[in-house]
Design a protein around this ligand. Structure first.
Ligand code: ATP
Ligand code: MG
Length: 101
């Protein structure tokens, strides 16, 4: 199911399995929160993006928020990015639904 992601994610089968189990639980209506911890550059973002990719292909709405290493960044900036993205996706889904009707 993970195809190219599995190739790019060398040595992360176990971690990806845990994340995909959590994704499946979420898709069944039993959401999970997962924290990825590890040394700089260990592959946290890559693993998260691979999971997000599978989630998107499974039909889930997905969004990423990235903190800015800048004291002038707007408050709650990562959440702002996430909610903007989800609002855009919801609006697009609405438009697509209306066009089908
Ligand atoms: N499992 C993996 N196999 C091979 N390359 C990987 C793997 N995970 C990450 N990489 C590569 O390692 C580099 C760093 O990965 P990534 O940015 O995901 O790390 P990170 O933990 O999020 O870093 P940071 O702590 O700086 O946020 C990237 O070039 C990525 O493509
Ligand atoms: Mg990262």
């Amino acid at each position: 199911m993970v195809g190219e992601d599995a190739v790019a994610l060398a040595g992360r089968d176990r971690e990806l399995g845990v994340l995909l189990d959590c994704l499946l639980a979420g898709l069944r209506g039993d959401p999970r929160i997962v924290l990825l911890l590890g040394a700089p550059g260990i592959g946290k973002t890559t693993l998260a993006r691979a999971t997000l990719d599978v989630a998107g292909r499974s039909g889930a709405a997905t969004a990423i928020g990235v903190s800015a290493d800048d004291s002038g960044a707007p408050p709650y900036w990562p959440w702002t990015q996430i909610f903007r993205r989800l609002a855009r996706e919801a609006a697009l889904a609405d438009t697509a639904r209306q066009e089908q009707e």
